[in-house]
Design a binder for this molecule. Structure first.
Ligand SMILES: [Zn+2]
Length: 157
């Protein structure tokens, strides 16, 4: 059995635009300000995509979906993630599992965690776990200036 591991990281600052929605793992967290970014700024899905691409040796999300490309403006990141999975499947990879840690001061993710795990698992075709962690007041994340996410992924073929 061929196994490959990958890690991904992403970070987005909060947006000043009141029209932007907060989307994490494909789940809209209603009533919260959104993150700034070219796509929907789904920091969780982006970290997962980079972990998967890294494990498969297929570059990174910026290579496949450049933020200079107007096609990806406001893009649904679950669609991008599904595209990544297609590329993996073309190389006969399946997802063993994905584990993630979202770093943010607020809002609390616990009420949305199961929905995020369900949506991400359905797209990647393997179990995805979502954990949340505060930065305890340290640095930009601790001051609540944005949201970061770490992800690791295991691929099997
Ligand atoms: Zn991103």
């Amino acid at each position: 059995m061929d196994l490959r591991i990958g890690q991904g990281f992403d970070v987005h600052p909060w947006s000043d635009d009141p029209r932007r929605r907060l989307v994490l793992g494909g789940v809209e967290v209603a009533g919260e300000r959104g993150l700034d970014g070219h796509s929907d700024a789904d920091v969780l899905s982006h970290a997962v995509a980079d972990a998967l691409l890294g494990a498969a040796g297929l570059g990174d999300i910026g290579t496949h979906f450049p933020d200079t490309d107007a096609r990806f403006r406001g893009a649904d990141s679950l669609t991008l993630l599904a595209d990544v999975i297609e590329r993996l499947r073309a190389d006969r990879w399946t997802v063993g599992n994905v584990d993630t840690t979202v770093i943010l001061e607020a809002p609390k993710l616990a009420p949305h965690r199961a929905a995020m795990e369900d949506r991400l698992s359905a797209v990647v075709g393997g179990p995805v776990s979502v954990k949340a962690k505060r930065a305890e007041g340290l640095g930009a994340l601790g001051r609540g200036e944005g949201v970061a996410c770490f992800a690791v992924a295991l691929l099997v073929r």
